[in-house]
Structure formats: structure tokens, C-alpha cells
Design a protein around this ligand. Structure first.
Ligand code: NAD
Length: 349
């Protein structure tokens, strides 16, 4: 297959490039290192681009801005890929408020550019879009919760497995990032429903792995491990540090994308996270990380939570498992943290 992957130097994009490139597929990656513009040098992803170029003979890089519609159209016309995996984004909840136009133009209009290019030049190609659990806004915060010693938990049995795809995305606070991602998510669904294209949205929880260029504003576990190993103070924003996230390794995300490309469906939406088994609160993540690294976590507690931040969120994986019974999550949370620690330790020499 010829696969076009946007955001190819980022966490998910680069994992997907390696995953399919190592199977011998022809890979075309698009990335202009915009993450360094969004987050400064700590967010630079050009090292991943170099790794891909050096390690994958079937990889071609396109240094292109996904907002550049004529160039996007030309490239898709020229390549006519067999599948498109769209991971390029402004990915931070908090950052979006200071760059609303860039956020919307990258997340919403950038996605539309690829959808329309795909409709014109390769409408049969499975189109996988990385969406986010922030499309549910702070709706999950309205659920009844119980406070346990180290985490918040859902009280109602209905949510014992987590948040399902049927949860409302409407009439709640999303952050500007959540709103631009809703626009993209609904547009991806619409190209499926209206034009019959094989599209799907993966509404990510915390996607993680050793390739993440974690920064305070994006990349929960990667940044937390970085702080732990470098003895830096991690800031907790509200909710007593008991806020819960579900974590999934980027390789497991790539594995699901393969399942979808092999057996595509139309206009689908899946919650994509580690599920309850791979969920943890910030306080629990500190403990797990300290057990693995042998270093105690330094942290500050700030009373004010991030606007729209989830108190407790983990993905209900029932639908994805029903539609794709062969899909399994191979990396446990502990494995994933161990890998991040090892890779960061190697980088730090
Ligand atoms: N990492 C997470 O925890 C998480 C959670 C939920 C959803 N997601 C979604 O998954 C997707 C991938 O996230 P990630 O963690 O790999 O992000 P990332 O920031 O690591 O990777 C995104 C890549 O896209 C590139 N990019 C950004 N704007 C671009 C533009 N205009 N033109 C070309 N390239 C551009 C960046 O340089 C970066 O390398 C995003 O859509 C994000 O919203 C991520």
C-alpha cells in the first residue's frame, strides 16, 4: 500500500510511519515541525523525522503545511494514496486560547483540506482521523463521582466501563481546541455519511509513548516522566491531583489503525484510550513512575484546574472491541511508563 500520513514526525504519526514502513509499505509523511512553533524547542519533532528518513527506506518526507490547500491538493492528486492517516494538529487544550486562528485553521480547515482532496482523488481510500476525547467537552464532569484515596471514580454503574461514543458532545465547555476538533470530527463523519467515504474518527484519551516530545501543555505521561527523571517540579492543576486519564501506547493506536484500514467502515467514531485497566490519576502516575525510576516526584499543587479539564475520563472500549474483535491492547500502563523512562534515560545519557 501507499500510505499518506500527516503529522508524521509527531507521536502518533511517526509511530504509524514506522509500523507500516517496517512492513514494507510505501510511506509518505507530511510534517513542517509546527510543534516547535507551538511549543518552542522542547516541542521540536525534527529528530523523529531524521530517524524515519534514516531507518525507513520506503519513507518520503514532504515538508508541507497542511493549511496550504493548493499544495495539499497537488500532493494527494499526484500520490493517490491507498490510505490516509491524519494526525497533524495543534494538540493542546490550553494553547489554543492564545492562538485561536492557528488552532482552527490547522485542526478544522487542515482536516477539511485532506477530506476534500481525498474525495476528489482517492475516495475509496480509508481515511483515519485522530480526534480527541475533548470533543465531549467537560460533559463527563457532570457525572456523579466518588472520591477515593488517590483518584476520582464514576459512581453510576452505567459508566463502569467508561465513556461511550454515544455521550453528548453538545452544550458544554470544550476549550477552543475542543471546539476546533469537534468541527473536524463532525466533518470527517460527514464525508463518510454524505459521500459514502470510509472514514473514522479516533477520539483519543492520553496517547503516549517514548516518541512523544512532551511539554507541560501537551503529553501527560511523557512530560511527567521527564520531570521525574530531571528532578523538575511538576505542576498539578486542581482536582487534588486525583484526576484520572486513560493511557494508550502509540503502537497500540497504530495497531488499531491497521485493523481499520484492512476492514474499513463508513463514518465511524471510536473512543481510543487504554480503558479502565490502563487509567491512572496524576498521584498514581507519580507513584508508578517513582517505583520504576527510583526517584521521588517533586510537585506543586495549584488550586485552580485547567478550564474544561476532565476530572475523570476513561474510554469505554466496548464498541471498538465489538467491531474489531482482533484488536487488543498489548502495552500495559506499567510497560509504557517503563519504556518512556528507559528512552528518556538513554537520551539524558
Ligand atoms: N497525544 C495525546 O495525548 C492525544 C490525545 C487525544 C488526541 N490526540 C490527537 O492525536 C493527534 C496526534 O497527536 P500527537 O500527540 O501525535 O501530536 P504531536 O504534536 O506529537 O504531532 C503532531 C505533528 O503534526 C505536526 N503539525 C502540526 N501542525 C502542522 C501543520 N500545519 N502542517 C504540517 N504538520 C503539522 C507537528 O509538527 C507534529 O509533529 C492530534 O490530532 C491530537 O489532537 C492526541
Amino acid at each position: 500500500m501507499k500510505i499518506l500520513i500527516t503529522g508524521s514526525s509527531g507521536l502518533i504519526g511517526s509511530e504509524v510511519c514506522s509500523y507500516f514502513g517496517n512492513q514494507g509499505h510505501e510511506i509518505h509523511g507530511i510534517d513542517n515541525n509546527q510543534r516547535a512553533v507551538f511549543f518552542g524547542p522542547q516541542g521540536d519533532t525534527s529528530w523523529r523525522r531524521s530517524e524515519l528518513v534514516e531507518s525507513l527506506p520506503s519513507y518520503t518526507h514532504h515538508d508541507l503545511d497542511i493549511r496550504d490547500r493548493p499544495k495539499v491538493m497537488d500532493l494527494v492528486k499526484q500520490l493517490k494514496p491507498d490510505a490516509i492517516v491524519h494526525t497533524a494538529a495543534q494538540p493542546s487544550h490550553d494553547k489554543a486560547a492564545s492562538i485561536p486562528f492557528d488552532d482552527f485553521e490547522v485542526n478544522a480547515t487542515g482536516t477539511l483540506n485532506f477530506l476534500e482532496a481525498a474525495r476528489q482523488f482517492c475516495p475509496e481510500a480509508p481515511f483515519v482521523h485522530m480526534s480527541t476525547n475533548k470533543v465531549y467537552g467537560d460533559g463527563p464532569n457532570q457525572l456523579r463521582l466518588v472520591e477515593l484515596e488517590t483518584r476520582w471514580e464514576y459512581e453510576d454503574a452505567e459508566f463502569a466501563n467508561g465513556i461511550p461514543e454515544s455521550f453528548s458532545i453538545d452544550q458544554c465547555t470544550h476549550s477552543l481546541f475542543g471546539a476546533s476538533k469537534v468541527a473536524a470530527d463532525v466533518m470527517v463523519q460527514e464525508y463518510g455519511r454524505y459521500f459514502g467515504m470510509p472514514t473514522c474518527c479516533l477520539r483519543g484519551g492520553c496517547l503516549t509513548g517514548p516518541s512523544h516530545a512532551g511539554v507541560e501543555l501537551h503529553g501527560f505521561l511523557s512530560y511527567l516522566v521527564k520531570c521525574n527523571l530531571e528532578g523538575k517540579t511538576y505542576k498539578i492543576f486542581g482536582y487534588k491531583g486525583k484526576q484520572v486519564r486513560d493511557n494508550i501506547h502509540s503502537e497500540d493506536v497504530a495497531r488499531f489503525i491497521e485493523c481499520f484500514i484492512q476492514e474499513p467502515r463508513t463514518a465511524e467514531v471510536y473512543n481510543m484510550g487504554g480503558g479502565k485497566e490502563n487509567s491512572c490519576s496524576i498521584l498514581e502516575a507519580f507513584e508508578l513512575c517513582a517505583e520504576i525510576s527510583g526517584k521521588k516526584q517533586k510537585y506543586d499543587y495549584l488550586e485552580k484546574n485547567r478550564i474544561g479539564d476532565h476530572i475523570c475520563y476513561y474510554s469505554d472500549l466496548s464498541k471498538i472491541r465489538r467491531h474489531y474483535p482482533n484488536f487488543t491492547i498489548e502495552h500495559t500502563l506499567v510497560d509504557t511508563i517503563r519504556q518512556i523512562v528507559e528512552v528518556q534515560n538513554n537520551k539524558n545519557g
